[in-house]
Design a protein around this ligand. Sequence first.
Ligand code: PEP
Ligand code: MG
Length: 604
Amino acid sequence: MIERPELRLRGIPAAPGIAIGAALVMGDARAVAVQRAIDEGEISQELDRFEAAKAAARIELRRVAEGTEFNANAPAPAEFDANAFSGGDPAAILEAYVAMLNDPELDDRVRRHIAVNRQNAEAAVCTASDEITKLFSAAKDAYIQERRHDVAFVCDLVLRALVQKEPERGLLASTATIVLARDLSPADTAGVVRERALGFSTERGSRTSHTAIMARALEMPAVLGVEGLLRAVTTGDMVVVDGFRGEVILHPSASTLAAAEARLFAHHAFLRTLRETNGGDAGTADGVRIELLANVELAAEARVAEGHGAEGIGLFRTEFLYIDRSTPPTEDEQFAIYRETILAMNGKPVVLRTFDIGGDKFASSFEVPPELNPALGLRAVRLALSRPEVLLVQLRAMARASAFGDLRILVPMVSQVAEMKKVRELLAQAVAEIRARGEATADTIPLGMMIEVPSAAILADVFARHADFFSLGTNDLVQYLLAVDRTNTELAPLASPYDPAALRLIANVAREAEAAGIPLSICGAMASDLHALPLLVGLGLRKLSMEPATIRTVKAALRRLDAATCRTIATRALQAESATEVRAMVHEATESLLSDLLALCAAT
Ligand code: PEP
Ligand code: MG
């Protein structure tokens, strides 16, 4: 047997974890479909084959839907509704695919290509798929463009049925498998999970694609957007998917394999130890209590967060509900998602942030005019207040959900007191409207604000009179404070939350929140940076909100820290001259204490 050299390919780390196993390359049905011209006499037979293939595809989708661990009881939409994709509920997404199978846009085109253009069913499906994906690609909006993949998936399903290509499941049942594909639909992802594949990787996809989101919600290691993946691999090859580093290693050498296995086992052992020893409240070694909360984007993630020991949802980024659709989500749709989240958290607090759209987060349901500096433009609360009718729908949905648990509302990117006043007015109006309908709301709904614009951090004492709580958004705070675009990877080293300027702002916010007696949390990425923990604890932060999977590690790290020492470190850091100086300081203080935890985090 010829030994193939090891090949390392980079991609987007879409879901954390390491998976090692035999490759299962999911075939591209197009490659094996015979496309040909037909005679008039074959038309009705080809139309029948198309109908039968659609029926088979529908059965396959329903079979997968029933197997998802999520509730598959979602009612089937009567017709294709692109908006169904945005809720992120796998069962609803699968049902949307079922409806898409009957969409006239697809159906009529295929029938026309068979009956008029005399193509066989395979060729007609391919042509229709190309035409529709081309239409979607031409859309201005990036999220509408993304929908072309959904069309391609549905057509691929029909093609698979036409060429009677069974989804490759045999291997899945018996072997530890890594699924590799050009692209995977959320439906495929759910199917793969059902069959207990260990991980997967695709050539296409982005971190915000549904497939990535589903992989994270299901906690399955995944690397997406790996160029040249399928050219280099065949079914049965040994593969390592490293969802921490965003790397796929094909035909790993014996030493690479041993190293990957060691990391995998260490990671599992570490997680096991964390689970076993991580009970009880989070806090420092000297008994300072720290609350650990979760950042989520989907209702389904709330369940995952609970499993990781989250004491509540510190940030629900609701903008995800507005993305990937042509109209904003209705009040009922939003209400269902918020209520599901709240119920999943069993009475623990849930902070819902009003939509933070604009900047680098686009949503097709809003016509935001092109701007030279979108991060400094019509974004978040500014956009919401320019479309009060859309914000009111969201506030009404939140007000209704407040009757089911501890709900709080957070306003993003506030830079003016007037913005908080206006949102408060609109919230009062929303609550009044719901009550006038005879529906219940909580007696009070706390309204807080993100501190992510430097002006708000500087005027924290003033804003504290208008907000019921603060949440520090260090991702944006650093971007605006240091004038570094947060999406610019080349400038990323400059955008450091260790910068003493950022630390002084955080210190000011902590001081003023305490003086005003309002709760303060942090939900930026800094909250789960182990090196930053002594600074945050030392500056007075007592609530940290982060990606669910990082909660246990942070909890373990906190237990080794001493709040009194943290205060000394923070005091010194506030006097430092640069982020580099602060970084060196905290590295020295934490390295030996947290070395095992840091070694694992270094992988991430
Ligand atoms: C932040 O800016 O730190 C934050 C948590 O919000 P987002 O990342 O959604 O802008
Ligand atoms: Mg932000």
